[in-house]
Write a protein that binds this ligand. Structure first.
Ligand code: ZN
Length: 297
């Protein structure tokens, strides 16, 4: 059975049943292995996403491996390009075998963002690849030595969001409701504007996406998953425990076999992944997919 789906097919069940599916940033085989195992062991749909910078490091043959793993997986999987910013990155993604792409032109003026997204939708939909757009700007945190800076968040407005989706035809939309990319500096407590989210969803009943959900309060993330968010990007929260454990394992000066170094690191990361599945309400939800009617990629 082919379990590789595009984002529209994957998120339909999440949107209809009010839960979210995590999109794990996956630039290495070890993280891929953890994500697929955690998903299969719990019967949970999952999104494997690879950012263009991660793709540059992993090389395009890595996507061939993702496609192969997804096709033989026992749970629904979508392969998504996170934050594509140019048409050439989008074309590369489609040629490599991604089943979904994000075009992030959110820093551009509204009409320009619309024009770029519409062109990407036109190209991607020809080959059944889904498109995620972004409206509003999610903050970025950067901590360098003693200087901590957070770029301003421009919150997504419900009316604008509806107009944007109507004019572009995007399948999903990333919204800015108060999260930032990366881990938050000490002392900063982010708060999500859940009322804004509810207002956007009421006006725009398509699957909505939350970026930068690492380190937000669990209750807030869970509530967001129940009231309109259907995909949550998770990067730092899984990479951090993986590499913390690597550091610990590598204290042994004689250890050198990958088969000895990585399994305990994958296990601690899988604990976090399972916790995210529970939080987002998607644990065991692979049952909801009627594979006989889905169009596999
Ligand atoms: Zn993002």
């Amino acid at each position: 059975m082919l379990m590789l789906l595009n984002m529209s097919s994957l998120l339909k069940a999440a949107n209809e049943n009010n839960f979210a599916i995590p999109a794990f940033n996956t630039p290495t085989q070890m993280i891929l292995r953890g994500a697929i195992e955690a998903a299969e062991e719990t019967g949970t749909p999952v999104i494997i996403e690879v950012h263009p910078d991660e793709l540059e490091f992993a090389r395009s043959s890595f996507i061939t491996m993702l496609v192969e793993e997804a096709r033989k997986s026992t749970v629904p999987v979508c392969i998504h390009m996170d934050h594509g910013s140019t048409l050439s990155q989008i074309m590369t993604a489609i040629q490599c075998g991604y089943t979904s792409v994000m075009i992030d032109a959110s820093s551009k003026p509204f009409d320009e963002n619309v024009a770029i997204c519409r062109e990407v939708v036109r190209l991607a939909h020809m080959v059944n690849v889904s498109v995620e757009g972004e409206l509003g700007t999610i903050g970025t945190t950067s901590v360098s030595q003693d200087v901590t800076s957070t770029t301003e968040i421009h919150y997504t407005e419900p009316e604008e969001a509806a107009e944007f989706v109507e004019r572009t035809g995007v399948d999903t939309l990333a919204v800015a409701i108060g999260t930032c990319h990366g881990l938050y500096p000490k002392g900063m407590t982010p708060t999500l504007q859940l009322d804004r989210l509810r207002a956007i969803k009421k006006r725009l009943p398509i699957p909505l996406v939350l970026h930068g959900g690492s380190a937000n309060k669990d209750e807030e993330i869970a509530e967001a998953s129940r009231c309109g968010i259907n995909k949550i990007n998770i990067s730092s929260d899984i990479k951090d425990p993986f590499y913390q454990k690597c550091r610990e394992v590598l204290q042994d000066p004689y250890i050198r076999e990958p088969g000895e170094i990585y399994p305990p690191c994958i296990e601690v990361m899988k604990d976090v992944m399972r916790h995210k599945f529970d939080l987002l309400g998607c644990t065991g939800k692979a049952d909801l997919y009627d594979y006989s009617i889905l169009r596999p990629m």
